[in-house]
Design a protein around this ligand. Structure first.
Ligand SMILES: NC(=O)C1=CN([C@@H]2O[C@H](COP(=O)(O)OP(=O)(O)OC[C@H]3O[C@@H](n4cnc5c(N)ncnc54)[C@H](OP(=O)(O)O)[C@@H]3O)[C@@H](O)[C@H]2O)C=CC1
Ligand SMILES: O=C(O)CCC[C@H](O)\C=C/C=C/C=C/C(=O)C/C=C\CCCCCO
Length: 332
């Protein structure tokens, strides 16, 4: 069996380039006792791949939904589907990861999907879904009637957070980079307002949509836009710092934070960052709640599916340049 894989040829500097990666073939050995062979069905494309430390020569990191093709392990049977952190590769030989090591995402069998797409465990029913669920509820602690701003609002995490905020009875303003994204989140997902940061004045629009000020900010983008949003927050506002994608492709790196101390002191603000790994002990609780909301039709999702393993890197470039709506997935 030959596996195809994307190998990191050089570290990303600035916006990633085709010359940073290379597609290679690998002859896989026979499966031995305790091992399984899995074939990638869907590969998850996520922003953290741009900035997480990775070694040159390694397979580019990432999660996948894979089908067990062969098994010499009692834990997985041929035909089972699993979620695994196998990277951008078509076939993988491994042993089941039954206990999640520190600093790793869990690996598990996919069950109870009914008629839902098998890609969802990479999105709304997986790492990004749990980031939205725990990162919003545990950190912003939203109350009914409060005003919530979500940036990156038409992406995987942001579109999910805004809908949870609506379920909790909040007024929700989404920050997006295009009119079609804004229409989707307001007309289909129930956000109250959208602001297109590419062609509107963010501060003026925020004051129009939320003259009362903002209670919670779910930050996916960081940078100057986030500083502007934080400057319109109310006393005792809470900020969940999920990501800072506006800084990921800066050649200068991101070792300086904008000075916003004045707003924090005068408005008694709280800000907390986290990684999805923090939620691993409650992983299946998050998935169960998000699944329940999907079945109750309270939570909608969209996926941008790119076909073909060879197009995995292009899917990554498209995500970083905002061409996706909802979760970006490669269908292998
Ligand atoms: N802390 C954690 O554990 C986790 C954090 N994250 C973070 O959450 C954020 C969203 O991730 P995810 O939902 O998977 O990705 P998305 O599906 O939201 O895709 C990324 C989006 O970011 C927006 N974007 C890109 N560049 C900029 C920019 N310069 N300024 C403003 N917006 C920009 C684009 O939308 P637009 O057209 O609107 O610009 C793009 O579609 C990321 O920052 C990611 O790193 C994700 C998972 C876990
Ligand atoms: O390293 C592994 O083997 C597994 C890594 C899995 C991954 O870290 C799990 C969760 C992903 C979280 C995503 C976070 C973000 O997108 C937020 C931005 C940056 C985080 C990565 C920066 C790491 C710098 O040390």
């Amino acid at each position: 069996m030959k596996a195809k894989k994307f190998v990191l040829k050089q570290q990303f500097v600035g916006f990633p380039k085709y010359s940073d990666v290379e597609i290679m073939e690998e002859e896989l050995p026979p499966v031995t006792d305790g091992e399984f062979l899995a074939e990638a069905v869907f590969i998850s494309i996520d922003p953290f791949i741009r900035i997480h430390p990775q070694e040159v020569g390694n397979v580019v990191m990432g999660q996948q939904v894979a089908r067990i093709l062969e098994s010499k392990s009692e834990h997985y049977a041929v035909g089972n589907y699993i979620v695994g952190f196998f990277g951008w590769r078509t076939h993988t030989i491994s042993t089941p990861q039954l206990i999640t090591p520190d600093h790793r995402l869990p690996e598990y069998l996919i069950k109870d999907m009914d008629d839902l797409p098998l890609s969802l465990p990479l999105g709304i029913l997986g790492m990004p879904g749990n980031t939205a669920y725990f990162g919003f509820l545990d950190i912003c602690k939203p109350k009914e009637g409060e005003t919530v701003v979500v940036s990156g609002a038409a992406g995987t995490v942001g579109s999910h957070v805004g809908q949870i905020a609506k379920i909790k009875g909040c007024k929700v303003i989404g920050i997006v980079g295009s009119e079609s994204k804004g229409k989707w989140i307001t007309e289909e997902l129930g956000f109250n307002y959208y602001i297109n940061y590419k062609n509107q004045n963010l501060k003026e629009e925020l004051i129009k949509c939320a003259p009362e000020g903002i209670d919670c900010y779910f930050d996916n983008i960081g940078g100057d836009l986030s500083s502007t949003i934080i400057s319109t927050m109310k006393r005792f506002g809470r900020i969940s710092v999920c990501g800072f994608i506006s800084q990921y492709n800066l050649e200068s790196g991101f070792d300086k934070a904008p000075a916003l101390q004045g707003y924090f002191v005068s408005n008694c603000l709280q800000m907390q960052g986290y990684s999805a790994l923090l939620f691993v002990p409650r992983w299946h609780e998050g998935i169960a709640q998000n699944l329940k909301w999907i079945k109750e039709k309270k939570l909608k999702y969209r996926e941008t599916i790119i076909e073909g393993f060879e197009n995995t890197f292009q899917a990554f470039l498209d995500l970083l340049s905002g061409k996706n709506i909802g979760k970006t997935i490669v269908k292998v």
